[in-house]
Design a protein around this ligand. Sequence first.
Ligand code: SUG
Length: 416
Amino acid sequence: MALQEINFDGIVGPSHNYAGLSLGNIASASHKGEPSYPRAAALQGLAKMRSNMALGLTQGFLLPLPRPNFGLMRELVLDGASEPALVAAAWSASSMWTANAATVSPAPDTADGRCHLTPANLVTMLHRGQEWRDTKRQLATAFADPRYFAVHDAVPASFGDEGAANHMRLCESHSGTGIEVFVYGQQGGRFPARQHQQASRAVARKHGLDPARCVFIEQNPEAIAAGAFHNDVVAVANERVLFTHARAFADQQGAYQAIRAAFPALEVVEVPEQAVSLEEAIRTYLFNAQLLTLPEGEMALVVPSECQESPSVWAWCEAMLAGNGPIRKVIPVDVRQSMANGGGPACLRLRVVADPATVDPRFLLDEAKTQRVEAVVAEMWPEQIDPADIGSEALAKTVIEAREALLGVLALDELL
Ligand code: SUG
Protein backbone atom coordinates (compact mmCIF):
# COMPACT_ATOMS: atom_id res chain seq x y z
CA MET A 1 0.00 0.00 0.00
CA ALA A 2 1.48 3.35 -1.08
CA LEU A 3 0.71 5.84 1.66
CA GLN A 4 1.13 9.48 0.76
CA GLU A 5 -0.09 12.84 1.98
CA ILE A 6 -3.23 13.97 0.18
CA ASN A 7 -4.53 17.50 0.68
CA PHE A 8 -8.31 17.77 0.71
CA ASP A 9 -9.20 21.40 0.04
CA GLY A 10 -12.60 22.81 0.88
CA ILE A 11 -14.44 24.09 -2.19
CA VAL A 12 -15.61 27.58 -1.21
CA GLY A 13 -19.39 27.51 -0.93
CA PRO A 14 -21.77 29.83 -2.81
CA SER A 15 -22.85 31.67 0.37
CA HIS A 16 -19.31 32.93 1.21
CA ASN A 17 -19.76 36.26 3.00
CA TYR A 18 -18.22 38.63 5.53
CA ALA A 19 -20.41 38.68 8.64
CA GLY A 20 -17.63 39.16 11.20
CA LEU A 21 -18.67 36.09 13.14
CA SER A 22 -15.37 34.96 14.64
CA LEU A 23 -14.33 36.81 17.80
CA GLY A 24 -10.54 36.73 18.04
CA ASN A 25 -10.09 36.39 14.27
CA ILE A 26 -8.85 39.87 13.32
CA ALA A 27 -9.40 39.48 9.56
CA SER A 28 -13.01 38.34 10.05
CA ALA A 29 -13.73 41.30 12.34
CA SER A 30 -12.04 43.88 10.13
CA HIS A 31 -13.86 42.83 6.94
CA LYS A 32 -17.27 42.61 8.60
CA GLY A 33 -20.00 44.09 6.42
CA GLU A 34 -17.99 44.23 3.20
CA PRO A 35 -19.36 42.71 0.01
CA SER A 36 -17.95 39.26 -0.74
CA TYR A 37 -17.27 37.59 -4.08
CA PRO A 38 -18.14 33.88 -3.79
CA ARG A 39 -17.39 33.06 -7.44
CA ALA A 40 -13.94 34.63 -7.27
CA ALA A 41 -13.37 32.99 -3.87
CA ALA A 42 -14.13 29.51 -5.18
CA LEU A 43 -12.03 30.05 -8.31
CA GLN A 44 -9.09 31.24 -6.19
CA GLY A 45 -9.34 28.05 -4.14
CA LEU A 46 -9.48 25.92 -7.27
CA ALA A 47 -6.47 27.75 -8.73
CA LYS A 48 -4.52 26.84 -5.58
CA MET A 49 -5.55 23.19 -6.01
CA ARG A 50 -4.44 23.32 -9.65
CA SER A 51 -1.12 24.86 -8.73
CA ASN A 52 -0.45 22.09 -6.18
CA MET A 53 -1.44 19.41 -8.71
CA ALA A 54 1.00 21.00 -11.17
CA LEU A 55 3.73 20.36 -8.57
CA GLY A 56 2.94 16.66 -8.97
CA LEU A 57 0.90 16.29 -5.79
CA THR A 58 -2.30 14.30 -5.29
CA GLN A 59 -5.21 16.64 -4.63
CA GLY A 60 -8.59 15.94 -3.07
CA PHE A 61 -11.46 18.18 -2.06
CA LEU A 62 -14.40 18.37 0.32
CA LEU A 63 -17.77 19.83 -0.58
CA PRO A 64 -19.43 22.93 0.81
CA LEU A 65 -22.04 22.01 3.44
CA PRO A 66 -25.77 22.70 2.92
CA ARG A 67 -26.55 26.39 3.49
CA PRO A 68 -28.63 28.10 4.64
CA ASN A 69 -28.92 25.62 7.47
CA PHE A 70 -32.70 25.62 7.95
CA GLY A 71 -32.33 23.13 10.81
CA LEU A 72 -30.29 25.65 12.81
CA MET A 73 -32.74 28.43 11.93
CA ARG A 74 -35.62 26.30 13.22
CA GLU A 75 -33.75 25.45 16.43
CA LEU A 76 -33.13 29.15 17.05
CA VAL A 77 -36.64 30.13 15.87
CA LEU A 78 -35.31 32.52 13.25
CA ASP A 79 -36.71 33.82 10.03
CA GLY A 80 -34.59 35.60 7.43
CA ALA A 81 -35.26 39.01 8.99
CA SER A 82 -34.53 38.38 12.68
CA GLU A 83 -31.20 38.61 14.57
CA PRO A 84 -28.79 39.22 11.65
CA ALA A 85 -25.75 37.68 13.37
CA LEU A 86 -27.62 34.44 14.06
CA VAL A 87 -29.08 34.28 10.55
CA ALA A 88 -25.58 34.87 9.16
CA ALA A 89 -24.34 31.89 11.18
CA ALA A 90 -26.84 29.63 9.44
CA TRP A 91 -25.56 30.95 6.10
CA SER A 92 -21.84 30.73 6.78
CA ALA A 93 -19.60 29.04 4.20
CA SER A 94 -17.02 28.36 6.93
CA SER A 95 -16.70 24.66 6.06
CA MET A 96 -14.29 25.83 3.32
CA TRP A 97 -11.58 25.80 6.01
CA THR A 98 -11.13 22.04 6.07
CA ALA A 99 -8.12 22.24 8.41
CA ASN A 100 -10.94 22.48 10.95
CA ALA A 101 -12.94 19.57 9.53
CA ALA A 102 -11.19 16.89 11.59
CA THR A 103 -8.05 15.67 13.31
CA VAL A 104 -6.41 12.94 11.28
CA SER A 105 -4.03 10.29 12.61
CA PRO A 106 -2.44 8.30 9.79
CA ALA A 107 -2.41 4.50 9.91
CA PRO A 108 1.27 4.10 10.94
CA ASP A 109 0.57 6.03 14.18
CA THR A 110 -2.48 4.14 15.41
CA ALA A 111 -2.92 0.94 17.43
CA ASP A 112 -5.14 -0.78 14.85
CA GLY A 113 -3.15 0.33 11.80
CA ARG A 114 -6.04 2.31 10.31
CA CYS A 115 -6.22 6.02 9.59
CA HIS A 116 -8.46 7.64 12.22
CA LEU A 117 -10.47 10.82 11.69
CA THR A 118 -12.37 12.73 14.37
CA PRO A 119 -14.52 15.62 13.13
CA ALA A 120 -13.90 18.78 15.13
CA ASN A 121 -16.84 19.91 17.26
CA LEU A 122 -15.94 23.60 16.71
CA VAL A 123 -18.18 24.52 19.62
CA THR A 124 -16.62 27.89 20.39
CA MET A 125 -18.39 29.59 17.47
CA LEU A 126 -22.05 29.04 16.62
CA HIS A 127 -21.48 29.23 12.86
CA ARG A 128 -18.77 26.58 13.07
CA GLY A 129 -20.42 24.34 15.66
CA GLN A 130 -23.12 23.45 13.12
CA GLU A 131 -20.57 21.82 10.79
CA TRP A 132 -19.48 18.55 12.31
CA ARG A 133 -22.41 16.21 11.66
CA ASP A 134 -22.50 17.06 7.96
CA THR A 135 -18.71 16.92 7.86
CA LYS A 136 -18.79 13.49 9.42
CA ARG A 137 -21.26 12.29 6.79
CA GLN A 138 -18.95 13.50 4.10
CA LEU A 139 -15.82 11.99 5.67
CA ALA A 140 -17.66 8.70 6.11
CA THR A 141 -18.39 8.75 2.37
CA ALA A 142 -14.89 9.76 1.25
CA PHE A 143 -13.14 7.39 3.67
CA ALA A 144 -15.72 4.63 3.73
CA ASP A 145 -13.55 1.50 3.64
CA PRO A 146 -13.37 0.18 7.22
CA ARG A 147 -10.22 -1.79 6.42
CA TYR A 148 -8.30 1.47 6.12
CA PHE A 149 -10.28 4.19 7.90
CA ALA A 150 -12.20 4.85 11.11
CA VAL A 151 -14.39 7.97 11.23
CA HIS A 152 -15.45 8.89 14.78
CA ASP A 153 -18.00 11.22 16.33
CA ALA A 154 -16.78 14.58 17.58
CA VAL A 155 -15.63 14.84 21.21
CA PRO A 156 -18.32 16.06 23.65
CA ALA A 157 -19.19 19.73 23.42
CA SER A 158 -17.82 20.65 26.85
CA PHE A 159 -14.34 20.60 25.34
CA GLY A 160 -13.70 22.76 22.28
CA ASP A 161 -11.95 20.97 19.44
CA GLU A 162 -10.72 22.72 16.27
CA GLY A 163 -9.26 19.71 14.50
CA ALA A 164 -6.08 19.68 12.44
CA ALA A 165 -5.53 23.43 12.90
CA ASN A 166 -4.24 22.62 16.39
CA HIS A 167 -2.44 19.40 15.51
CA MET A 168 0.94 18.75 13.89
CA ARG A 169 2.73 15.56 12.92
CA LEU A 170 6.46 14.98 12.71
CA CYS A 171 7.92 11.97 10.94
CA GLU A 172 10.85 10.91 8.78
CA SER A 173 8.45 10.42 5.88
CA HIS A 174 4.68 10.64 5.61
CA SER A 175 4.31 6.89 5.11
CA GLY A 176 6.33 6.07 8.26
CA THR A 177 5.52 6.28 11.97
CA GLY A 178 5.06 9.79 13.29
CA ILE A 179 4.69 11.65 16.53
CA GLU A 180 1.61 13.82 16.97
CA VAL A 181 1.69 17.23 18.59
CA PHE A 182 -1.52 18.65 20.04
CA VAL A 183 -1.55 22.39 20.77
CA TYR A 184 -4.19 23.71 23.17
CA GLY A 185 -5.03 27.09 24.65
CA GLN A 186 -5.89 28.29 28.16
CA GLN A 187 -8.99 30.42 28.72
CA GLY A 188 -8.83 33.79 30.42
CA GLY A 189 -7.29 36.01 27.77
CA ARG A 190 -8.73 38.75 25.59
CA PHE A 191 -10.09 36.24 23.06
CA PRO A 192 -11.49 32.71 23.40
CA ALA A 193 -9.00 29.83 23.43
CA ARG A 194 -10.77 27.48 21.08
CA GLN A 195 -8.83 24.25 21.63
CA HIS A 196 -9.27 22.58 25.01
CA GLN A 197 -6.50 20.33 26.26
CA GLN A 198 -9.03 17.62 27.20
CA ALA A 199 -10.40 17.56 23.65
CA SER A 200 -6.88 16.95 22.32
CA ARG A 201 -6.30 14.18 24.85
CA ALA A 202 -9.63 12.54 24.02
CA VAL A 203 -8.80 12.58 20.29
CA ALA A 204 -5.41 10.98 20.97
CA ARG A 205 -7.11 8.19 22.96
CA LYS A 206 -9.87 7.66 20.38
CA HIS A 207 -7.24 7.29 17.68
CA GLY A 208 -5.28 4.70 19.65
CA LEU A 209 -2.06 6.73 19.65
CA ASP A 210 0.93 5.59 21.68
CA PRO A 211 1.22 8.04 24.62
CA ALA A 212 5.00 8.01 24.17
CA ARG A 213 4.51 9.46 20.70
CA CYS A 214 2.08 12.24 21.68
CA VAL A 215 3.10 15.69 22.82
CA PHE A 216 0.70 18.24 24.32
CA ILE A 217 1.85 21.85 24.29
CA GLU A 218 0.25 25.13 25.18
CA GLN A 219 -0.28 27.97 22.72
CA ASN A 220 1.26 31.27 23.73
CA PRO A 221 -1.59 33.31 25.31
CA GLU A 222 0.04 36.41 23.74
CA ALA A 223 -0.32 34.84 20.31
CA ILE A 224 -4.04 34.14 20.91
CA ALA A 225 -4.46 37.72 22.14
CA ALA A 226 -2.73 39.00 18.99
CA GLY A 227 -5.17 37.05 16.76
CA ALA A 228 -3.68 33.57 16.43
CA PHE A 229 -7.01 31.88 17.10
CA HIS A 230 -5.55 28.57 15.82
CA ASN A 231 -2.02 27.23 16.21
CA ASP A 232 -1.73 26.95 12.42
CA VAL A 233 -1.66 30.76 12.25
CA VAL A 234 1.79 30.72 13.90
CA ALA A 235 3.28 27.26 13.21
CA VAL A 236 3.21 24.43 10.68
CA ALA A 237 5.07 21.10 10.51
CA ASN A 238 6.01 18.73 7.73
CA GLU A 239 8.06 15.56 8.05
CA ARG A 240 11.03 16.46 10.33
CA VAL A 241 10.55 20.25 10.04
CA LEU A 242 8.71 22.55 12.42
CA PHE A 243 8.33 26.03 10.89
CA THR A 244 7.29 28.37 13.66
CA HIS A 245 7.22 31.90 14.94
CA ALA A 246 9.41 32.35 18.02
CA ARG A 247 6.34 33.38 20.05
CA ALA A 248 3.98 30.55 19.05
CA PHE A 249 4.07 28.52 22.26
CA ALA A 250 3.68 29.41 25.94
CA ASP A 251 7.12 27.88 26.64
CA GLN A 252 8.94 27.94 23.32
CA GLN A 253 12.12 26.11 24.36
CA GLY A 254 10.12 23.68 26.50
CA ALA A 255 7.98 22.88 23.45
CA TYR A 256 11.02 22.12 21.30
CA GLN A 257 12.47 19.95 24.06
CA ALA A 258 9.24 17.99 24.50
CA ILE A 259 8.95 17.39 20.75
CA ARG A 260 12.63 16.47 20.47
CA ALA A 261 12.29 13.96 23.33
CA ALA A 262 9.70 12.09 21.25
CA PHE A 263 11.30 12.83 17.88
CA PRO A 264 15.05 13.45 18.07
CA ALA A 265 15.37 14.28 14.34
CA LEU A 266 13.32 17.48 14.78
CA GLU A 267 14.57 20.41 12.71
CA VAL A 268 13.20 23.78 13.84
CA VAL A 269 12.96 26.69 11.42
CA GLU A 270 12.17 29.56 13.75
CA VAL A 271 11.33 33.10 12.68
CA PRO A 272 12.44 35.58 15.36
CA GLU A 273 10.33 38.52 16.46
CA GLN A 274 13.03 40.95 15.24
CA ALA A 275 12.74 39.58 11.69
CA VAL A 276 8.92 39.32 11.56
CA SER A 277 6.79 40.57 14.43
CA LEU A 278 4.01 38.36 15.73
CA GLU A 279 1.50 40.97 14.48
CA GLU A 280 2.98 40.96 10.96
CA ALA A 281 3.07 37.16 10.91
CA ILE A 282 -0.63 37.12 11.79
CA ARG A 283 -1.50 39.86 9.29
CA THR A 284 0.29 38.13 6.41
CA TYR A 285 -0.35 34.52 7.49
CA LEU A 286 3.26 33.50 6.78
CA PHE A 287 2.79 30.37 8.90
CA ASN A 288 -0.65 29.52 7.54
CA ALA A 289 1.28 28.01 4.70
CA GLN A 290 1.24 24.60 3.16
CA LEU A 291 4.61 23.06 3.89
CA LEU A 292 4.77 20.37 1.26
CA THR A 293 7.20 17.63 0.29
CA LEU A 294 7.49 17.72 -3.48
CA PRO A 295 7.84 14.49 -5.47
CA GLU A 296 11.57 15.22 -5.92
CA GLY A 297 11.90 15.19 -2.11
CA GLU A 298 12.48 18.90 -1.45
CA MET A 299 10.10 21.05 0.60
CA ALA A 300 8.06 23.99 -0.67
CA LEU A 301 6.12 26.56 1.31
CA VAL A 302 2.85 27.71 -0.29
CA VAL A 303 2.16 31.13 1.25
CA PRO A 304 -0.56 33.74 0.75
CA SER A 305 0.43 36.48 -1.72
CA GLU A 306 0.11 38.96 1.17
CA CYS A 307 3.54 37.62 2.29
CA GLN A 308 5.18 38.84 -0.90
CA GLU A 309 3.81 42.33 -0.27
CA SER A 310 5.21 42.57 3.24
CA PRO A 311 8.82 43.88 3.20
CA SER A 312 9.79 42.11 6.44
CA VAL A 313 8.14 38.79 5.60
CA TRP A 314 9.48 38.69 2.06
CA ALA A 315 12.97 39.68 3.17
CA TRP A 316 12.91 36.81 5.65
CA CYS A 317 11.71 34.36 2.95
CA GLU A 318 14.46 35.49 0.56
CA ALA A 319 17.13 35.19 3.24
CA MET A 320 15.86 31.72 4.12
CA LEU A 321 16.01 30.59 0.48
CA ALA A 322 19.53 31.98 0.13
CA GLY A 323 20.58 29.89 3.14
CA ASN A 324 20.89 26.17 3.47
CA GLY A 325 17.65 25.27 5.22
CA PRO A 326 15.22 22.46 4.45
CA ILE A 327 12.60 24.68 2.74
CA ARG A 328 13.80 25.21 -0.82
CA LYS A 329 10.90 27.03 -2.49
CA VAL A 330 8.34 29.66 -1.52
CA ILE A 331 5.24 29.78 -3.71
CA PRO A 332 2.77 32.68 -3.25
CA VAL A 333 -0.90 32.01 -4.05
CA ASP A 334 -3.84 34.40 -4.21
CA VAL A 335 -6.58 33.30 -1.79
CA ARG A 336 -7.58 36.85 -0.81
CA GLN A 337 -11.30 36.18 -0.52
CA SER A 338 -10.64 33.49 2.08
CA MET A 339 -7.87 35.52 3.73
CA ALA A 340 -10.31 38.33 4.42
CA ASN A 341 -12.13 35.90 6.71
CA GLY A 342 -8.93 34.68 8.35
CA GLY A 343 -8.36 31.60 6.18
CA GLY A 344 -5.02 31.14 4.41
CA PRO A 345 -3.67 28.30 2.23
CA ALA A 346 -3.27 25.95 5.22
CA CYS A 347 -6.78 26.59 6.57
CA LEU A 348 -8.22 25.59 3.24
CA ARG A 349 -6.86 22.05 3.34
CA LEU A 350 -7.13 18.86 5.40
CA ARG A 351 -4.09 16.58 5.21
CA VAL A 352 -4.82 12.86 5.07
CA VAL A 353 -2.05 10.29 4.74
CA ALA A 354 -3.56 7.43 2.76
CA ASP A 355 -3.19 5.33 -0.33
CA PRO A 356 -5.27 7.24 -2.92
CA ALA A 357 -6.62 3.88 -4.14
CA THR A 358 -8.42 3.45 -0.80
CA VAL A 359 -10.22 6.83 -0.98
CA ASP A 360 -13.58 7.27 -2.75
CA PRO A 361 -12.35 8.50 -6.16
CA ARG A 362 -15.18 11.01 -6.36
CA PHE A 363 -13.25 13.15 -3.84
CA LEU A 364 -10.01 13.17 -5.83
CA LEU A 365 -9.29 15.87 -8.38
CA ASP A 366 -7.80 15.72 -11.84
CA GLU A 367 -7.65 18.20 -14.70
CA ALA A 368 -10.97 17.19 -16.28
CA LYS A 369 -12.83 17.32 -12.98
CA THR A 370 -11.29 20.67 -12.09
CA GLN A 371 -12.62 22.07 -15.35
CA ARG A 372 -16.10 20.70 -14.63
CA VAL A 373 -16.11 22.22 -11.14
CA GLU A 374 -14.82 25.56 -12.44
CA ALA A 375 -17.58 25.60 -15.05
CA VAL A 376 -20.29 25.08 -12.41
CA VAL A 377 -18.77 27.76 -10.19
CA ALA A 378 -18.50 30.21 -13.08
CA GLU A 379 -22.13 29.63 -14.03
CA MET A 380 -23.89 29.15 -10.68
CA TRP A 381 -21.93 30.86 -7.85
CA PRO A 382 -23.14 34.38 -6.99
CA GLU A 383 -20.71 36.98 -8.24
CA GLN A 384 -21.24 39.21 -5.20
CA ILE A 385 -23.04 39.03 -1.86
CA ASP A 386 -23.83 42.19 0.05
CA PRO A 387 -24.41 41.74 3.77
CA ALA A 388 -28.01 42.90 3.36
CA ASP A 389 -28.69 39.97 0.99
CA ILE A 390 -28.09 37.39 3.75
CA GLY A 391 -31.45 35.91 4.72
CA SER A 392 -33.19 36.73 1.45
CA GLU A 393 -35.25 34.00 -0.18
CA ALA A 394 -33.94 34.74 -3.64
CA LEU A 395 -30.32 34.35 -2.52
CA ALA A 396 -31.17 31.18 -0.58
CA LYS A 397 -32.55 29.69 -3.81
CA THR A 398 -29.40 30.63 -5.76
CA VAL A 399 -27.11 29.17 -3.08
CA ILE A 400 -29.05 25.90 -2.83
CA GLU A 401 -29.21 25.44 -6.60
CA ALA A 402 -25.52 26.18 -7.01
CA ARG A 403 -24.56 23.49 -4.51
CA GLU A 404 -26.98 21.01 -6.07
CA ALA A 405 -25.38 21.60 -9.47
CA LEU A 406 -21.90 21.00 -8.00
CA LEU A 407 -22.93 17.74 -6.33
CA GLY A 408 -24.57 16.72 -9.60
CA VAL A 409 -21.40 17.06 -11.71
CA LEU A 410 -19.41 15.22 -9.06
CA ALA A 411 -21.96 12.37 -8.81
CA LEU A 412 -22.24 13.08 -5.07
CA ASP A 413 -26.00 13.76 -4.99
CA GLU A 414 -26.33 11.39 -2.02
CA LEU A 415 -24.80 14.18 0.11
CA LEU A 416 -27.45 16.75 -0.84
O1 SUG B 1 -12.97 29.75 12.25
N1 SUG B 1 -13.28 32.23 9.82
C1 SUG B 1 -12.70 30.99 10.24
C2 SUG B 1 -11.30 30.87 9.72
C3 SUG B 1 -10.73 29.51 9.96
C4 SUG B 1 -9.30 29.43 9.65
N2 SUG B 1 -8.83 28.10 9.84
C5 SUG B 1 -7.61 27.78 10.30
N3 SUG B 1 -6.82 28.65 10.86
N4 SUG B 1 -7.25 26.55 10.23
C6 SUG B 1 -12.74 30.87 11.76
O2 SUG B 1 -12.55 31.87 12.44
C7 SUG B 1 -15.10 33.83 9.55
C8 SUG B 1 -16.58 33.81 9.32
C9 SUG B 1 -17.25 35.16 9.34
O3 SUG B 1 -16.75 36.05 10.02
O4 SUG B 1 -18.28 35.29 8.66
C10 SUG B 1 -14.60 32.46 9.97
O5 SUG B 1 -15.34 31.63 10.42
